[in-house]
Design a protein around this ligand. Sequence first.
Ligand code: ADP
Ligand code: MG
Length: 259
Amino acid sequence: MELKGITFSYDKKQDQLKGISGTIEVGRITTIIGPNGSGKSTLLGVMARNFAPQSGAAVLDGKAVASYHPKELARKLAVVHQQNDAPSDLTVEGLTAFGRLPHRSMWSQRGQEDEDAIEWALESTNLLGKRRQRIVELSGGERQRVWLAMALAQKTPILFLDEPTTFLDVYHQIEVLELIRRLNVRDKLTIVMVLHDMNQAVRYSDKLIVMKDGQAMLEGAPQQIVTEQMMREIYGVEVAIKHDEQTGMYIVPLGIGRG
Ligand code: ADP
Ligand code: MG
């Protein structure tokens, strides 16, 4: 996917995205980072065509996402949003099955291909044992995985995730990140996600896009992008960057900058 000068405004007064350009590479994990309110979710929304840009375009396989038929786009990319509410009487399998809608006509029954996709999605997210449970009965970590399962059941080559680890404890954060990596390596999914934790972003991404005030400031490999200067300029935080054989690079916040 190519991002070509995307400008977007919710209210026509102020631009929330100010001419964003960049490249999402096939088969890679790209992570969008940046302070709260910098436009990360908005950008993901334009890329998934939840919002139409005022100018510029997100171009997927040579065609602007805005000109795809909704079902056609839903077979190419699936999105796991930041906040999700499910009708409380749905089961794990019931919600996962919604991911099949782009592949079916309105009144058709579930076919073998649908069943296979649902099994694969439940298995990948380690939810086979919970398939008949209702969403309300699940823990936060399990609930996050059901939304992921629904997106996976769509069987798209591209997956977008907006802060998939927020509200999870560290065990469940790592669980979701390892799952995302496995989907990338084993199933060759192209991943675009938004993360807050800089150390996790460095560890689980091939490429970072750094946003601030509606602009894409930097784009590249984590090792090149993440520097003490970047952390100061983008976040206003003083950090020490350590190098370690086991973990690679890690970032330790020291304090708030005075500049
Ligand atoms: P991030 O995901 O990086 O925290 P967002 O993309 O959610 O940032 O928000 C970018 C800017 O757009 C913020 O200033 C936010 O207040 C504004 N914004 C987000 N959603 C809406 C909306 N639905 N209507 C109006 N303004 C919005
Ligand atoms: Mg956001």
